[in-house]
Design a protein around this ligand. Sequence first.
Ligand SMILES: [Cu+2]
Length: 291
Amino acid sequence: MEGSNVFLPRPAPDQIVEIAHFGSFQPTFEDGRVIPRSVFYLHHILAYDTITGDFITGASNERANWGPDHLPYPYRQVLKPGAQVRANGFHMNALTAQSIHFYINYTVTYKVHVPTDPAIRVVRSFYWLDNYNVPGGGERNSTHVRARHNTIPWDMVIVSMNGHLHQGGKRIVTEFEADGRDPHTLCIAYNLYKSDYPCFWDCADICPYANDWPAQWGSTTCYMELPARAGERVLSFAEYDNSCKWRGVMAWWFNFGWGGQTMGAGQMAAPDAGKQVVQQMIMEAESRRRK
Ligand SMILES: [Cu+2]
């Protein structure tokens, strides 16, 4: 079952809304009961702001959020009046033959913008995607590491990072590449890999894409207030079980950062005030590192 260009209704469509969380997708039957994962699961949702093109929300099999569970104040995503949230991929798998009438529920934690309230810091998304095949053939629980270079896309304060792996994934890590960069590690995201779990995924050759994912419903979101410069190089490495050939795995990062955009009243409302704050935070962090 698939849908494309599915619009996810948003609150207060004619007003500016400040969003702390958009997600927690949950399929339910008509009577409101949650549909068990063994019957039906969401495969992937990727949804974007139709005005800015920014990633707004996403989810996958484990029904974990691809994005923050709750952005810390004053950091917020913002939807402008008339901006719609469009899921360009909306994939579901029914695991039984019966036809099900279902609802997709989700939660939006938000406030309608009040111009006289203290300014919020408007975050934007940036993401790093990598899909590949794990070669397999190693010992049970052996680890295959795949490293990728990424770059900080603009001067910013990084606010949240969320790693996404598939079945067989152990963890995904991002580190700055520059020696002496402090902090050196940006985020370590785990995938609830269980080395002592019965070998339900042991398979002679190519591992099937199992529908129940009994051991892997988690992922980690890291929260931070980490100044970083455009062009800083970041290494991302994903660790997967290498005892069999996992096909088409993902090693994805969904991140939000503040580049200086503000919205609201007070000192921060002055033009470029936010950008100056970002530059100041970056320079202060750099001078602390030199000491
Ligand atoms: Cu995925």
